[in-house]
Design a protein around this ligand. Structure first.
Ligand code: GLP
Length: 256
């Protein structure tokens, strides 16, 4: 696990965009795993900027989203499909046949989950997967006690996550209870993982993920077992790390 600490989320997001940039330059048909939430917004904005300046070509890139709410149509403003269009996809030259987001309104949700796994395999696996982290330690929507061997499947959200995410809905009652999420094993199969966490609100769970024991109560702690994982933090999210000074001294090198 490589931990990099940045003064603020702006500089951290530019560095995250540099990682995507380098990956796509090296492999134009890269397969990316992509997250939603507030955290990656500045990274997406930076990627859009680089694309509009003619410096980044997404024509051969494929994406797989981590998760989607069950029951929300892709046109629903709070769906992750809408989030991706609004914040990223509509501004870049990606081919829409290369964009993959679990279908939360599929009539057969179980088959939809199994098919998602096949689609990832058929694409050759995920080269580079970005993650955020929930305040309860979830990655994707793998809530505490999720199996470390889990694959793409249906999950029920915890009240904490529904409360955290209610800001994206009219009311708490509108937040779906069920979701489709890549499993923890699906995430761990990615060749390279980058997790972003910003702000004071994430400081406790970031410390548990990086310096606490491996525990299904902190799903993100599994990343300790992935040999090519980078954690990108701003100062606030890093504030509860006991080895903070040590991580700050390490070189910040874009993974090759
Ligand atoms: C949601 C997503 C996660 C994301 C998390 C953090 O629950 N399913 O993939 O990491 O939110 O969100 P934020 O970045 O807004 O804190």
């Amino acid at each position: 696990m490589e931990v990099t600490i940045w003064p603020d989320s702006d500089s951290a997001s530019v560095f995250a965009a540099d990682i995507v940039d380098k990956q796509i330059t090296k492999k134009p048909d890269s397969v990316l795993g992509v997250p939603t939430g507030g955290t990656p917004l500045k990274m997406y904005a930076e990627l859009v900027k680089r694309h509009s300046e003619g410096n980044l070509d997404f024509r051969r890139v494929s994406t797989f989203n981590l998760d989607e709410y069950v029951g929300l149509d892709p046109t629903h403003p709070s769906s992750y499909a809408a989030y991706m269009r609004q914040n990223f996809l509509q501004y870049i030259n990606i081919q829409f046949s290369n964009v993959h987001i679990p279908n939360g309104t599929a009539t057969d949700l179980i088959s939809c989950c199994n098919d998602y796994e096949k689609l990832i395999k058929n694409a050759g696996g995920i080269d580079l997967l970005f993650l955020g982290i929930g305040t309860d330690g979830h990655i994707g929507f793998n809530e505490p006690t999720s199996s470390f061997r889990s694959k793409t499947r249906l999950k029920m959200l915890t009240d904490q996550t529904r409360k955290d995410n209610s800001k994206y809905f009219k009311s708490m009652a509108d937040v779906p209870e069920y979701v489709i999420t890549m499993g923890i094993a699906t995430i761990m199969e990615a060749r390279r993982i980058v997790l972003l966490a910003f702000g004071k609100k994430k400081a406790d769970i970031v410390a548990a993920m990086i310096e606490g024991p491996l525990a299904s109560m902190v799903p993100a702690s599994i990343l300790q077992m992935h040999e090519k994982t980078m954690i990108i933090l701003d100062d606030e999210a890093a504030s509860k790390l006991t080895q903070r000074k040590y991580y700050s001294k390490l070189d910040k090198v874009i993974p090759d």
